[in-house]
Write a new protein. Structure first.
Length: 482
């Protein structure tokens, strides 16, 4: 993307320019994520597909690593975007920020190429350093890990010093404190131990404490910023909600970690702790959901009360994605997460396609949606458009992607249900049971539907890209005519 996703129209606002650079890489990686997902999904139906060329293990690895990395890119981009607005000053170290961007992008490219070029090999010390660390979602080899730490430190320094120098809003205070936690937690997934229980124990500190605590706070802060921008929500109101959510998210999310400690060799007291705290996790998600819709309804009401006919919404596509975020977070993380979070249930569902169903809807609903929304806000700003309206392509993008992901989630839930009944309950788990369950029609058909819905998602993605590439130019021209 792509020159139409402009970086040079910000009248000297270098931080927003840098944000757009991050957004461009993010959307390309999102596309790559989907393509590798389609390959992996097809391999469920035709297991020999691309065997020894692009094995399932590799396609899956690239799929989920690209997911994490594009989200990190889009998150960094979002922060660079909001920083000058919230602090009221220019970001302090743009030069070094740009350098870090190029280093990060180059490193990600090399890591992905190595994943694809070196698919099998011995599990030695040099593999960990140069090829692959073997920790799901965070497979980057150690050299890249260290690079990521340096890049993130540069980013954090930029945010921190700009914050210290400029105005200190509530949103930015939460952001700065939370980013420290996000970055710090990454370190827990970096050292090596050959005890698999210990390894998993620490690995969850990154995965769970990212997606169920710190990233959630991150999107809370982002949603607060976006709502002020999009519908003129009152800062005091959104900031009040934000503080409440932060408190609740940390309250439930941190000990909710216990829902991953049921069966990995950790002490049994985690059953109670995990059950209680993780069951509380949906509460802040409901609060967030209510918060977005409440604010939205209130602002609409005020506008109507003032006799305004037109909508006061300044960016249609961004708002649609952010409302989708409120629904998606609640459904994917809150509902689908709650389904399998009690140990009495999880003993049957653990590691089935049910987990994959939840993983898809939660990552999409809680994170992909709002980050795409931020990209639209970026575009609007890059083109200097006062009111960005959704058009056919924007609508097809959001509808097909959301419908596709929901469809995949339902298909995987059916597959998971079948696994629970046949593989776990009836056949008692184990190797034979696993394969028997996978060959029965419910499972096979569910995988077929997931593939179909994956294609729908991908078609939606093409509309999204097409829209991002064209909406700025066309709406700017329209605005000039008006
Ligand atoms: C946006 C927030 C969330 C995201 C992105 C997310 C994502 C994921 C992913 C990707 C996994 C699979 C990890 C693996 O590969 O092993 C997972 C597992 C799990 N999640 Fe979430 N999750 C979120 C929130 C929640 C919430 C709020 C709950 C509970 C209320 C929850 C409950 C669980 C449980 C119990 C597992 C373990 C499944 C198993 O035993 O196989 N998640 N989550
Ligand atoms: C074209 C659409 C997509 C297809 C065909 C697809 C396919 C797949 C496949 C085949 C797997 C491996 C599942 C397994 O090991 O059993 C997977 C895993 C995963 N995908 Fe996707 N995917 C797609 C889109 C997405 C999107 C949009 C997201 C989130 C934003 C996502 C997040 C994940 C996650 C978190 C996992 C790991 C789940 C787990 O292990 O529990 N995928 N996907
Ligand atoms: Fe978790």
């Amino acid at each position: 993307m792509l020159t139409s996703i402009k970086t040079n129209n910000f009248a000297g606002d270098k931080s927003k320019e840098l944000a757009m650079m991050y957004f461009r890489v993010a959307i390309i990686l999102f596309g790559a994520q989907l393509l590798f997902g389609l390959v992996a999904a097809f391999q469920f139906i035709v297991p020999g597909f691309l065997f020894e060329i692009l094995d399932f293990s590799v396609a899956r690895m690239v799929h989920i690593n690209a997911l994490v990395v594009w989200m990190l890119f889009a998150m960094i981009g979002s922060v660079y975007f909001m920083l000058p607005d919230e602090t009221g000053i220019e970001t302090v170290g743009i030069g070094i920020g740009k350098l870090a961007f190029w280093v990060f992008t180059a490193a990600v490219t090399v890591v992905v190429l190595v994943y694809i070029l070196v698919q099998v090999g011995p599990g030695t010390e040099s593999t960990i350093w140069l090829i692959n660390e073997g920790r799901e979602y965070l497979e980057a080899p150690r050299w890249a890990d260290i690079g990521i730490v340096v890049v993130v430190l540069t980013f954090y320094a930029n945010v921190f010093f700009t914050y210290m120098k400029g105005e200190k809003t509530g949103i930015m205070t939460v952001m700065v404190a939370n980013l420290l936690a996000v970055s710090g937690l990454y370190l827990a997934g970096m050292f090596f131990t050959d005890n698999i229980s210990m390894d998993q124990y620490w690995w969850w500190w990154v995965i769970h404490l990212w997606v169920e605590a710190t990233w959630e706070v991150f999107v809370g802060a982002l949603a607060a910023y976006a709502l002020i921008r999009l519908i003129g929500a009152k800062r005091e109101v959104v900031e009040m909600w934000l503080w409440i959510e932060v408190l609740m998210l940390f309250g439930s999310g941190v000990l909710g970690l216990g829902h991953h400690y049921f069966w990995i060799g950790t002490p049994e007291y985690w059953w109670e702790i995990g059950a209680l705290f993780s069951a509380l996790e949906p509460v802040p998600l409901v609060a967030m959901f209510v918060h977005v819709l409440y604010d939205w309804g209130k602002e609409q009401g005020i506008a109507k009360g003032q006799g305004k006919t037109g909508s006061i919404l300044t960016n249609g596509p961004a708002m649609a994605w952010i409302v989708m975020n409120a629904f998606g977070n609640f459904l994917g993380a809150g509902i689908w997460g709650f389904f399998h979070t009690l140990p009495q249930v999880n003993i049957y569902t653990h590691g089935t396609q049910f987990t994959a169903a939840h993983g898809h809807l939660a990552f999409f609903g809680a994170y992909a949606t709002i980050l795409v929304g931020m990209m639209y806000i970026g575009l609007q700003s890059a083109y200097g458009i006062k009111v960005l309206k959704a058009n056919f392509k924007s609508k097809m993008g959001i509808i097909l992607i959301s419908f596709g992901v929901m469809g995949m989630t339902i298909a995987l839930t059916v597959a998971g249900y079948e696994q629970v009944l046949i593989e776990r309950a009836e056949l008692g788990g184990g190797w034979e049971a696993f394969f028997t369950a996978q060959n029965l029609p419910w499972y096979v058909q569910a995988q077929l539907w997931r593939m179909i819905m994956g294609v729908v998602t991908f078609v939606g993605f093409i509309y999204l890209i097409w829209d991002l590439l064209t909406i700025g130019k066309t709406q700017k021209a329209l605005q000039a005519q008006a």
